[in-house]
Design a protein around this ligand. Structure first.
Ligand code: NAP
Length: 302
């Protein structure tokens, strides 16, 4: 089966790319291993996407993106892309079911926050356990929250939350942070951040929503929210051996979202310097699609 453009991943970046590429008249396919919508469908409320005045759940918000792409002729298949290679000037993508050929590929497989591994973490995700302070922090205005982690993300997000929440407990499993010294100093200067060293969260408790945590020492702390920042896993498996990555496994791209290989683009959380926000992923998708279309036109004019 042959396409002009194949997009891997149907989150905001992939679906936006699908809308743009198919509307520009290219035969476009999106391959998605789960359901369309991406990680944002786990978010309880979206309110920072421009133009969205009525707060929606992530699931509601993403519901019509695939319909919009299909309206322009984009196909969406529930298949996991397992292998990508260049052969005789064409990209070949293998799934368990099929093998596809395409002139350009856009990989938009995103990233996945790592789990901290405490009891109740999965059950309370979206009910007080969050992996995104920008998305969910607002809902903890004037409340007490816990942040887990000792890296740049945890400390930066703890600072962000300290401006919204009443109090932030920053819980780190060691007695030294790995975050930049400058960030550490800012955290130390914040009056409403209490640092708890050498502790992990053992379990979360509550009823319908989080009410508190129990630490490894047995200490109990009442909090309404727990923000977990123990690292991100970039979902780069499909292309990590093909293109240039940075030290965190993110894909290096130019301003056209092109990777180190011609005809191969990435968009969204997987790319270097992504701010990991839906609006940015959608923008990346559009940039990648427009440039992939130009690449296809260039190939066809040869
Ligand atoms: P990270 O640097 O890998 O830090 C993860 C933190 O979580 C570490 O402190 C680690 O503890 C802790 N941790 C890991 N697993 C845990 C568990 N199961 N329970 C409790 N704690 C756990 O991740 P990150 O903060 O997301 O940053 C990723 C990369 O992006 C880093 O290289 C970072 O410098 C970079 N980054 C840069 C910026 C910036 O430049 N502004 C902003 C954000 C991120 P240990 O320290 O004990 O291992």
């Amino acid at each position: 089966m042959e396409y002009d453009i194949i997009i891997v991943g149907a989150g905001p970046a992939g679906l936006s790319a699908g809308i743009y590429a198919s509307r520009l008249g290219k035969k476009t396919l999106i391959l998605e291993k789960l359901n369309p919508g991406g990680q944002i469908t786990l978010s309880s409320e979206i309110e920072n996407y421009p133009g969205i005045c009525k707060i929606k759940s992530g699931l509601e918000f993403m519901a019509c993106w695939s319909e919009q792409a299909k309206k322009f002729g984009c196909e969406i298949k529930s298949e996991e892309a397992k292998k990508l290679k260049m052969e005789n000037g064409k990209w070949k993508i293998k799934t368990y079911k099929n093998e596809y050929e395409t002139k350009a590929v856009i990989v938009a497989t995103g990233s996945t926050p790592k789990k901290a591994g405490f009891e109740g973490e999965i059950e309370y995700t979206g009910k007080g356990v969050s992996y995104c302070a920008v998305c969910d922090g607002f809902f903890y205005r004037g409340k007490n929250v816990a942040v887990i982690g000792g890296g740049d993300t945890a400390l930066e997000e703890a600072l962000y939350l300290s401006k919204i929440a009443n109090k932030v407990y920053l819980i780190h499993r060691r007695d030294k942070f790995r975050a930049a010294p400058f960030t550490q100093q800012k955290v130390l200067n914040a009056t409403n951040i209490e640092i708890i060293y050498n502790e992990t969260v053992k379990k979360v408790f509550g009823n319908q929503f989080v009410e508190g945590i129990i630490l490894s020492s047995g200490k109990e702390i009442k909090v309404d929210g727990i923000f977990v920042f123990v690292g991100m896993k970039v979902n780069n498996e499909l292309i990590k051996d093909l293109v240039e990555l940075n030290e965190w496994g993110e894909i290096k791209v130019n301003l056209n979202m092109q990777t180190s290989l011609k005809g191969l683009y990435t968009a969204g959380d997987i790319r270097e310097n992504s701010i990991k926000q839906v609006v940015a992923a959608a923008g990346d998708g559009a940039v990648a699609a427009i440039n992939a279309c130009k690449w296809v036109d260039e190939l066809e004019s040869k």
